[in-house]
Design a protein around this ligand. Sequence first.
Ligand SMILES: C[S@@+](CC[C@H](N)C(=O)[O-])C[C@H]1O[C@@H](n2cnc3c(N)ncnc32)[C@H](O)[C@@H]1O
Length: 288
Amino acid sequence: MSSLAVSPIAAPSIAAAAPAPANINPRPPRVVEGHLSKIKDWAISTPPFARAWLENPFTQGTPIPLSPYAAQEMLKSFIPEGKEPCHFLEAGAGTGAITAQAVKILGPKDTLTLVELDPKLCGVLIARFGNDKRVKVYNSAIQDWKPLAGEPQKYDGLLSSIPFNSLPSTEALPSAELLKDILGAYVRLVKDGKPFAHANYVGTSTLCRTGLSMLSTRSSILSVVSCGEKRAKAKAGLVKAKAEFDNFVAMTKVWKDFRSQHQLQETMVKMNAPFAWVNAGTLKAKTE
Ligand SMILES: C[S@@+](CC[C@H](N)C(=O)[O-])C[C@H]1O[C@@H](n2cnc3c(N)ncnc32)[C@H](O)[C@@H]1O
């Protein structure tokens, strides 16, 4: 895990706002922005996001970042309040499509910590938010990441858009196990009862399931119609395809169980390409 950047410069707009007494942490009012400003935010994220997708299609999920509308749906229950600073965490911040909306609700003493797997995207995040001292960027997989000593060990809310349906799967670590590790980290890193929101794209689960079942069908047909070495190869392929399909089914069950354990509410955001699902609620350290 490496900490990439923390800029010491305060955001000019915040610094220019009313200087607050030391014990007060005033939050900016929530502003309803026009479509044009939202589209501008979206446009900034898209080119580096598409480039990252070409390099890492599985960890990236899709070539288009989440929209500011999806981000706002995720942020509905993130309400920093009180004079104590609030510390939020974002897992898989990508190019900052959600971050850009999240920073707008922070007070001068609140913080937003970004944990992103792709080092190039960490560079994009630093270029975009590096002058805001409330934002910290870490290059790490969230399941391996541990807060530094002196930093919050548990957060007041967690935003996530890691593409669970396309997580990489290996024999050593099937994606169902990887997802368990990621969700375990989420529960470990968020304070009991604090908000959690996860976004993913509508249709990706069906797409992956269909692709994997087509692979199995192809291998089973080949293992019947071919002979000799080709048949042996097809049979081995069938075993692999079946294992991948079973793992995908196991992975979707892990996510389904997590959603029902924490009673997450699912909302469809149509102002996103493709449509997005936002699952939101509060994470509980212990579930019945
Ligand atoms: C679908 S993208 C969303 C990014 C961002 N919300 C956006 O729309 O611009 C998911 C991001 O999660 C990152 N990611 C995938 N697996 C991760 C992990 N285990 N830990 C941290 N980040 C991860 C990917 O590198 C990618 O940038």
